[in-house]
Design a protein around this ligand. Sequence first.
Ligand code: ADP
Ligand code: MG
Ligand code: ZN
Length: 475
Amino acid sequence: MAEEMSTPSSSRKKAKRLPFEIQEEINCLYEFVPEVKEHFEVIDKIGEGTFSSVFLARLKHYPDIPQMFALKHIIPTSHPSRIEGELKCLLEIGGCDNVIGVELCLRNRDHVVIVMQYFPHEKFHDYLLHMSLTDVYNYMKHLLVALRRVHMFDIIHRDVKPSNFLYDRNTKRYALVDFGLAHKAPVCKASSSPNAAGPVDTSGILQETQNLSVGSSISTPVTQMSQSKHSASSSSRSQQYTPPTPNLSNSVFAKRVKSPRRLLLAKRALLVKEGKDDILSQRKGAQPVQCNCFGKPQICSVCSARSNQNAPRAGTPGFRSPEVLMKCPDQSTAVDIWSAGVIFLSLLSGRYPFFRANDDMTALAQIISTFGTDSVKEAAKACGKSLICSQTQSPVDFRTLCMKLRAAPMSKHQTKKGVTMDPLSEQSWRSVPDSAFDLLSRLLDLNPYTRITAEEALTHKFFSEMEERLGSVLC
Ligand code: ADP
Ligand code: MG
Ligand code: ZN
């Protein structure tokens, strides 16, 4: 992603000469929002994403105050509700538990600048292979603390990935940033099972079980979805989000089950109580309308006349959860947990990005080749989807995979770029506890209804075992 840019290490450096284009951009910023020029001296540009540019600045009239600021200039074409949402999140959630806070917001016409404390950080690529298992433990713990905080508000961040979780290796501090795609976890439908009533789209027409077919080969995934009009734009981040459910706010159900988290827990309790199979058979009772193309890699005229199924799909392909990739309208904070799992997978394997995909079907094919066809099919069912694969693939063993990958690029890197790890750190990778891979499998649970929550994950054995280890090292 283009959004990771090099970060100046020392912020107090005297005005270095900036490249012409950057100086131009800074001048534009001054022009667009004169108050920026009034109060700040913009020193450099430190980040650029799809919807913003981020600048480093200090206070103009208080040169002795060492505090630096990050000025996020949001592109003026952003929908006001998106900007409002981002600000609200920063205001309500930010400022504690590893979530970045907001200091100030400046606006002139359609230009909005969010002022945050500058958080020094390095690129994930630059520290990934230097991390010891203890570093990974700390990183995951702080990430989950941040997510627990965000999810407490029933907010889905929707774009959890290393460039949005800043890590300052010097001070061992962390900050979750970028609520540009964050959204309230929607209360979806008044159903007791994940899909009993079927998802509702904005036109209010009930939709039947959707047919997904994915070729197991990663390079050429023959997909029914990608040929259909169901497939949305291929942009990596979709800006607009359409809530999948109209009118439910008035229903008795919505009044009773206000929190999607509670809904999720209720569903999970039901799963445990009735057994998975029972729930699946209940769903069969919903009678999906079978048409000419059901189960075939083609679209019939009945299906092409159907209305779109609206499901939020914002985020970055390699970090999208199976339910997002399969366009399930019923999405919860569990999508962030999946992304945290993908980060954990990178940390354990030393590979980043782990899933490298430009589109949803390739991403899904990569998930299938990692988790195996059977388990992905089962998870699809839990989301009310029917997944058809042309081949059968068995799941990989995460410990074997991670240890193999970790061993391979390390040696290359050491000779190529002179990346070395201190002996203690290196040693830590020789005894990764099983609990690490257990936690990994719980974060990367394909089924969002049974996936672990941030709060539960923090009490996982991996963390207590690592704490014990660290305790015994210190003694
Ligand atoms: P976008 O929505 O464009 O991705 P982000 O909020 O993720 O915007 O910011 C883009 C980049 O700018 C981040 O990946 C990070 O490198 C940098 N950045 C953002 N906020 C801060 C901050 N408070 N301190 C330091 N750098 C930041
Ligand atoms: Mg970002
Ligand atoms: Zn059809």
